[in-house]
Design a protein around this ligand. Structure first.
Ligand SMILES: NC(=O)c1ccc[n+]([C@@H]2O[C@H](COP(=O)([O-])OP(=O)(O)OC[C@H]3O[C@@H](n4cnc5c(N)ncnc54)[C@H](OP(=O)(O)O)[C@@H]3O)[C@@H](O)[C@H]2O)c1
Length: 225
C-alpha cells in the first residue's frame, strides 16, 4: 500500500510511520519539516518529504510529491499546530498558521492526491476532542479547536463528494496524548495514553476502518468526555 502520513517527524505521526513501515509491503510517504528521527530509522520503504505547510511553496511541493506516486491508498492527515492563547491575544498570524496546518494543508493534499485514489482508498483526518461538537472546551484554544472542527466538517462533506468513487473519508477526534505538543501547550499535564498506544489504534483504523465507516467523526478519548 502507498500511505501518506503528515506530521511524521515526531509524536503520534512518527509512531505511525514506525508501525506502518514495519510491513514491507507498505511504502510510506512521510511529510514533516524535521525528518531527523525518520532518517534515523533507516527504513528503505519510507520516502521523506520535507515540507512546511505554512510556506508559500507548499502547494507546489504537495503537487510534486503526488506526481511521484502511482497510486495513493491511505492518507493520514496527522500534522497539527496548536496555539494556546487567550482569545483577545490571538493574532492573524496565529490564526493563519492554525488554519494553514490544520485545515488548508489537508484540504489541498487530499485534492492533489484524489486523481491517484481509487475505490477502497481511505483518508483519515486527525482532529481533536476540542473540535468535537458538544465536548468539554478548554480556554486558550479558540484558533486550534475551531480549526479542528473545520477538518471534522470537511470529512463529512468529502465523504459525500467522493462516495461515488468509493473513496472513504473519516475523522478521529483524539483526546489527550502525551506528546511534545501537549507538553508545550499544557506543561505538567499528564495524559492517559502514549503516542505509541494512540498510533496503534490509528494504524489499525487507517488500514481497516474504511471498510466499516465513512464520513464519521469518531471520538478516541480516555480524557475529554
Ligand atoms: N497530543 C494530543 O494530546 C492531541 C490531542 C488531540 C489531537 N491531537 C492531534 O494529533 C495530531 C498529532 O499531534 P501530536 O500530539 O503528535 O503533536 P506533535 O508532537 O507536535 O506533532 C505534530 C506534527 O505536526 C507537524 N507540523 C506542525 N506544524 C507543521 C508545519 N507548519 N508544516 C508541516 N508539518 C507541521 C510537526 O512536524 P515537524 O515538527 O517535523 O515539522 C509534527 O510532526 C495533531 O493533528 C494534533 O492536533 C493531539
Amino acid at each position: 500500500m502507498n500511505i501518506i502520513v503528515t506530521g511524521a517527524g515526531r509524536g503520534i505521526g512518527f509512531e505511525l510511520v514506525k508501525k506502518l513501515s514495519s510491513n514491507f509491503d507498505n511504502k510510506i510517504y512521510a511529510i514533516s519539516r524535521n525528518l531527523d528521527q525518520i532518517e534515523a530509522l533507516g527504513a528503505t520503504n519510507i520516502m521523506q518529504f520535507s515540507m512546511d505547510f505554512t510556506s508559500e511553496t507548499f502547494k507546489e511541493k504537495v503537487d510534486m510529491l503526488v506526481e511521484e506516486i502511482d497510486s495513493v491508498d491511505i492518507i493520514i492527515n496527522n500534522a497539527g499546530y496548536l496555539v494556546n492563547k487567550p482569545f483577545s491575544e490571538i493574532d492573524l498570524n496565529d490564526l493563519q498558521n492554525s488554519y494553514q496546518v490544520n485545515v488548508f494543508a489537508p484540504f489541498l493534499l487530499i485534492q492533489a492526491a484524489k486523481p491517484k485514489m481509487k475505490a477502497g482508498s481511505h483518508v483519515v483526518n486527525i482532529s481533536s476532542m476540542g473540535g468535537f461538537q458538544g465536548s468539554a472546551k478548554f480556554p486558550g484554544l479558540s484558533a486550534y479547536s475551531s480549526s479542528k472542527a473545520a477538518i471534522a466538517n470537511l470529512t463529512e462533506i468529502l465523504a459525500e463528494e467522493l462516495k461515488e468513487e468509493g473513496i472513504k473519508v473519516n475523522c478521529l477526534a483524539l483526546g489527550a496524548v502525551q506528546t511534545e505538543m501537549l507538553e508545550e501547550a499544557f506543561p505538567g499535564y499528564q495524559a492517559p495514553i502514549t503516542p505509541d498506544e494512540m498510533a496503534k489504534f490509528i494504524t489499525q483504523f487507517a488500514l481497516n476502518g474504511g471498510d466499516y465507516f465513512n464520513g464519521k467523526i469518531l471520538p478516541v478519548s480516555l480524557s475529554t468526555p
